[in-house]
Every structure is written in C-alpha cells, then in structure tokens.
Ligand binder design. Structure first.
Ligand code: T1G
Length: 701
C-alpha cells in the first residue's frame, strides 16, 4: 500500500497484486496508514484508491478457513473504522470494486468513480453474503430493492447505474488523470465544508417499497436459487437493515455470514471459484509460451453447432467465416444466427446496432480458398470420422502454416484425426456444448501431438469468448461424456430393476441436478443416444446387453423423447406424464434379460448413479485424462447441470468421504450378483485414497 500527502489530503493507494485481496497484510496496512492520516494535523481528508487496473477484488478468499481470515483487524472492523473517521474519507474507485472492496468504498463518506468501473457484491457466488457491512450500508444508500437484487444475484452494476442508485456520488471524466480528479473532488468537498456522512445516520427508505416486496422477491428467485443456503440469508440480512439500527444490523449480518461460511455449500462454491482458474494451468507447460494469433476464425458447417460456435466469436468481435457445401445451407445457417440475435435484442440484451455489428463480422463461403489465411478453424460437421478426415485433409492443404485446426467432436479420437494429416501439432479438440452460444463449458482435447502453443492459445481464446476451458486427454467421451456414461448406465439399469423414470428424476432433481437422467435423455433425444452407442459398440454392447435394452427399445419404437412427444414420458405441450407402457416395457425387458424387479430406495438410486459417476471420475483422474479432480468438477458444474452448491462430483465425494463412496460401491458389488461383480469395480485410485484417508483434491498425478 502506498501513502502520500497531497496538500491536506492523504492519498492511500492499494497495491497488492493480483487483485488487492483484503488479506491480513493489506488490512493491517490500511489500518496503519489510516492511523497515520488521522494523527497528521495537516491532513483534513483521506482518499483511498488503487494502483491496479481494478480497485479491489474483495476479501482474500484463499485465507478462508485459516486463522488469518479471523485475525484482527478483520475487514468489518476496518470498514467500521473508516466509517467512524472524524476526517472525510473518499473512495476513488478507479476500477472493479467487488465484495469487500465494494464494502470498503461503502464505508467511506463519499464515492468518486471512473465511468468505466463496475461495483458488485458477488459473495453469494461463494456461498456467502457480504460480511463487512455491505448488507447494511448498501440498502441505506441505494434502497432495499437495488440492494437485495445486487446481493442475491452477485452481479456487478456499471458506474452509471451506481450513480443513479446513490452508491456512487460523482463520476470522473472518462479522460484525464483520475487520481488528480479524485483529489480535486475531495478538495471541493473540503472547500464546501462538507460534513462526514455515515450510514449510521441513514435509514433504509421503504416509502416506495411495494407491499409484500420480500415475499414476492423470494418467489422470484426461488427457481434460480433452489437448494442454495446463502440467498435466503442475504435477504434476511437486508431485512435486518430495515428493521435494526446499523450497529445491531451489523451484528445480525455477522451471525448470518458465519452461518453461511460454515456450510459445505460455501466450501463447494469457493472450491469451484479456484477450480475454474486452476483448469487453465497445464502441468509441464510454460505459461509464458508465446501464443499464436487468433484474429480470424473459420467454422466448417453452418448447422446448429456451427452457428452457435460462430456466435461466440462474433460476440467477442472476431472476424468469422462460416463455410458450408451449399449456399442454401449457408443461407439457412446465417438466418438462424440473425434470428438468435434478434431474439436477444427483443429481450433488451442487445441493441439493434450491436446485432448489426456482429453480423458485419460474419462472412460465408462455400470455397475453402476463402479461409486460407485464418488463424483458427473449427470443424462442426457430422459426427463421422471419415467425413471429418476429408475436411481435415482439405484444411491441411489450404490453410496457412500455424493455423490451429480444431474438431468439435464429442467422442471421436482426436489423435486418429491428427494422424491423418501432415501437421498433427496444429490439431486439437474444441468440444462445445449445445447450445454452443450459451453453455459456458469448453472441453479442450489435447492430442498426443498438439503443440503447447496451440494448446495455450485455445485456452486464452476460450476465455476471450467467455467460456470456461477445461483441458482433457484423448479417450472416448473425454472427461464429461466419459464420466457421464456409468451414471447413465445405472439409471437405465435401475429402470429394468423396477425404478420408474419419475422416481429416478425426482431423486436426482432433489439432489440438485437441473434434471434427472430420463428427462435429460428425452430432451437430448433417445435417437441421438442410440447413434452415439453405434459409434462405440464395444463399450456399450460388449459387456451387458441388458444395459442398453430399454433405450434401444424406445428407439426402435421411435419414441425419441420430447421431439416425438413420447420417450420415457408422454409430452403434451409443456406437460409431461408417466407412461405405464414404459414401465410395462421395462418389466418385459427385465424378464427377457433375467433381471429381477424389486422395490428400489431413493438412496440406492442416488448412490448407484452419483457414486458410479464419481468412480469413473477417479479412473479419468488416474489415467491423466483430467489433470486434477477439480477439473472434473468444473466440467460437471458448467456443462452437465451438477449443482454448484455441491462443488462437483469429486468435491462432493471429498465432502462425504471417499470411504463412504467406496463402502457403497462394494456393497452393490456384493448385492447385485453378476451385474454387481461386472460393473461395480472400485477404481484403484478411489481404493488407494480411501485407504490413506485422503481426498481426491489431495491427489496430483
Ligand atoms: N481472493 C483471493 N484470490 C483472488 C480473489 C480473491 N477475492 N480474486 C481473484 N483472485 C485470484 C484468482 O484466483 C487468480 O489467481 C488471480 O487472482 C486473478 O484472478 C467480507 C467475504 C476480481 C473480477 O468474489 O471475480 O469479499 O489463478 O483470473 O479475470 O464481504 O478475480 O492467478 O493464481 O479471476 O482479472 C468477494 C472474486 C470475495 C471476487 C478479476 N470477491 N474475483 O478477474 O482475474 S469474498 C469476489 C473475481 C468477500 C466480504 C466477502 C475476479 C476479478 P491465479 P482472475 P480477472
């Protein structure tokens, strides 16, 4: 932290890379320099700003769970001291102010901000609530509605909105020296004998608060926050700001904060915060490796995936060319892209001008010669190896040296594709998830010969297009679909053994998944699953014909799911209902395959589906397909609807104990006869770590 006195203003500059995290050292520094300014008679006011591009990223999350987080001065005490200052304190918000960083600013008397900044309280994304006065000061400055929306969504707001809401008092000019402007603003407050202004003197203005506001607000977020512990406590804290004087409200906030901090959910969500960032670090690869440029991109295939992939690059302002075999296909594909943008614009999330800007970056061609000079090509053609090899052979001939050649395959062998051309070092898998312009996850499949710079370039590219990259090795299904497979197998098997689709769906929905497996298969298409299985017959049919029986039968009956109105369920409009025919079918298939039907408990359904998913995750980890267990969690929480409040399958296993998972797997191995012996083999790594009393997160290959 830097300290200097300019005239009669003390300038305190936060300078603790990477994000001015308010860990113990910085909290101590703020206190020390604050005391220094108070003791200096020349100093009449203080300005707090940052030397970094952002103002402050909040409390130091890496301190949570350690003594440092509780060591004095705690962040609440630092904020309370700023608020009680007898000398004027101005927060000069030069960049992003999040969490405790925003609370630090709220504890100052006035807030001066650069027009480009954003302020927010994202603690709810970490399973917490603002714990340094944010839930008490923000409602007093901006009102309960703005406050409860910001605190439960965790979404930052821009400087103009913050000014309108009363969070920021004055915006700087966009150009010019921001610190000088902040000092001049502060001097003007002094010249006007502006008094200190503490939130303790303010009460929450509820005059405009609609009747039943909080009850209605709770209903409005119920679906999005289903299963999460923190959002309700956020609301209770804001209600306390209305009902209690500041000092008591701050106490209530601390109680609620500690209640959140001690939950497995908080551990899970903080785990995911670091997991997402850890996934961009590749063992053995120098992060300073120079990257290849990605200024121009081409997408081969203008279908649903190709169009969705293209939109990601258009949104990032990158020149994008879509190539397809016919002008008709191109016209259809481009029409879908424009329509998608127009729908987004109708929702107010894009302006007409922004739509046109995006469309202006989009080129279309049927000629490979037109994409000779692009930096990255992503093929999104039919999921067939021969077709993909033909595309790659042409790209190999046409594209300039150094162009990264990516396949969007979801299961095919990237190494086989790479070996079919002259430059395997340029080949990589970029597995987008449908809808490709919406889903955050991007599995980056590193081939055996993929060059390090190509790999790091695609990771950076993923972040540029606002995806969450996770690097996977080459195997069937990479990380996501590979680990999903035994989970799907158990759900299908349980149907034969007597569980109903609705029972399985309810167990998994109540666990926190966006939807259970029968519903997910009906949504994705039973015919799609059937086709995928034909591409890997050995894996799906080689060991147990019963395992795919019910899905194959539904496919044969052309019950493809939602798209045909019948699958595991019958669909009438948006309603779905159980179909006795499906249970009858399951009973007949069970008889045919010698499977005994019985009453199955919810707990067995949960354990057999989730634990076998975890078991496969352990295999993937041991094989090095995933570098770390948290990569598997990042995949599952960003691409497969695994509940964020559980932190992902591997974090969940670590939380309940690997011995618990292992004991259950061994139980089913013994209880399920031949099927159990065949399929419930514990992964060696799971057995090893459980025996050592360790967690998956303790494992590094
Ligand atoms: N604590 C510790 N480390 C942090 C951090 C934080 N708050 N924020 C970022 N990092 C690390 C991150 O792990 C990465 O490390 C590096 O900094 C760069 O981050 C009492 C309790 C600020 C918008 O939730 O949203 O305040 O991987 O890659 O893209 O009420 O970081 O390089 O080793 O994300 O420029 C609330 C979390 C905390 C904000 C910058 N604050 N951070 O994005 O960089 S709880 C947050 C972010 C709290 C109080 C409560 C983003 C960013 P490494 P990055 P970026």
């Amino acid at each position: 932290m830097n300290y200097e006195v300019r005239g009669n203003i003390a300038l305190l500059t936060l300078n603790s890379p990477p994000v001015n995290g308010l860990g113990l050292p910085l909290r101590q520094a703020i206190n020390e320099h604050f005391d220094k300014a108070l003791a200096d008679d020349q100093v009449q006011a203080l300005v707090i700003t940052s030397a970094a591009k952002l103002f402050c990223g909040g409390a130091d999350i890496s301190e949570f769970g350690t003594d440092k987080a509780l060591a004095e001065p705690g962040l609440p005490a630092v904020c309370d001291r700023l608020e009680a200052s007898p000398k004027l304190v101005v927060a000069a918000i030069n960049g992003m102010a999040l969490g405790g960083g925003c609370e630090l600013a709220l504890a100052c008397d006035y807030r001066f901000a650069h027009p480009s900044v954003k302020v927010g309280l994202p603690e709810v994304n970490l399973g917490l609530l603002p714990g340094a006065g944010g839930t008490q000061r923000l409602p007093r400055l901006a009102g309960a509605e703005v406050a409860v929306q910001m605190i439960t969504s965790g979404a930052p707001i821009n400087a103009k909105k913050a000014l309108d809401a009363g969070i920021v008092d004055q915006l700087a000019e966009a150009e010019g020296d921001f610190v000088e402007a902040a000092l001049a603003y502060t001097q003007s407050l002094l010249d006007q004998n502006t008094p200190v202004r503490t939130c303790a003197e303010l009460s929450v203005d509820t005059a405009e608060l609609p009747e039943n506001f909080f009850a209605d607000f709770r209903k409005s977020i119920a679906r999005r926050t289903r299963g999460f512990f923190a959002p309700e406590r956020c609301i209770q804290a804001v209600e306390a700001a209305i009902e209690l004087p500041l000092a008591e409200g701050l106490k209530k906030e601390q109680e609620l904060f500690q209640a959140c901090m001690s939950t497995p959910q908080a551990r899970a969500q903080q785990h995911l915060f670091f997991a997402e960032r850890a996934a961009t670090k590749i063992p053995g690869v120098d992060p300073k490796t120079p990257l290849r440029p990605v200024n121009k991109v081409a997408i081969i295939g203008s279908g649903t995936m190709g169009g969705g992939i293209a939109m990601n690059f258009l949104n990032a302002g990158i020149d994008t060319t879509i190539l397809d075999l016919s002008q008709e296909a191109l016209d259809r594909g481009l029409g879908v892209i424009r329509k998608n943008y127009e729908i987004t614009a109708k929702k107010g999330k894009l302006t007409e001008q922004q739509v046109e800007e995006r469309m202006a970056l989009l080129n279309a061609t049927t000629e490979y010669a037109d994409i000779a000079d692009v930096d990255l090509v992503i093929e999104a053609v039919f999921e067939n190896m021969d077709i993909k090899k033909k595309v790659f052979a042409t790209l190999d001939e046409v594209c300039k040296p150094g162009t990264i050649l990516a396949t969007n395959t979801s299961t095919l062998d990237v190494d086989e594709l790479a070996a079919s051309i002259s430059r395997p070092q340029d080949v990589i898998g970029l597995h987008f998830f449908s809808p490709a312009n919406v889903m955050r996850l991007l599995e980056i499949v590193r081939g055996g010969k993929t060059a390090d710079d190509a790999l790091l370039t695609t990771i950076k590219m993923a972040q540029t297009i606002k995806k969450v990259p996770v690097v996977a090795g080459v195997c069937w299904g990479f990380i996501g679909n590979r680990v999903l497979e035994p989970y799907g197998r158990e759900a299908a098997r349980l149907l034969l053994e007597g569980a109903t689709p609705a029972q399985i769906d309810k167990v998994l929905y109540d666990f926190g998944l966006a939807m259970g497996l029968p519903s997910m298969i009906d949504l994705a298409g039973i015919d799609v699953g059937y086709l995928t299985r034909q591409g890997n017959k050995e894996a799906f049919y080689g060991r147990d014909p019963a395992y795919t029986a019910i899905c194959d039968k539904l496919n044969e009956l052309e019950r493809f799911g939602q798209k045909t109105g019948r699958g595991f369920y019958i669909y009438e409009g948006r309603d779905k209902k159980e179909d006795p025919e499906v249970m009858q079918l399951a009973a007949e298939l069970a008889k045919e395959h010698g499977v005994t039907q019985r009453e199955i408990s919810d707990q067995e359904i949960l354990e057999r589906t989730i634990y076998m998913l975890i078991n496969e995750g352990a295999q993937v980890l041991e094989e090095g397909i995933a570098y770390r267990s948290s990569d598997i969690d990042t995949v599952y929480c960003n691409g497969y609807g695994f509940p964020g409040h559980r932190g992902g399958p591997m974090q969940y296993a670590d939380e309940i104990g690997l011995d618990t998972v292992l004991a259950a797997i061994n139980k089913y191995r013994n209880e399920l006869g031949k099927y159990g012996e065949e399929w419930f083999k514990p992964a060696p790594l799971l057995e090893k770590l459980a025996a050592e009393g360790k967690r998956f997160k303790d494992y590094a290959a």
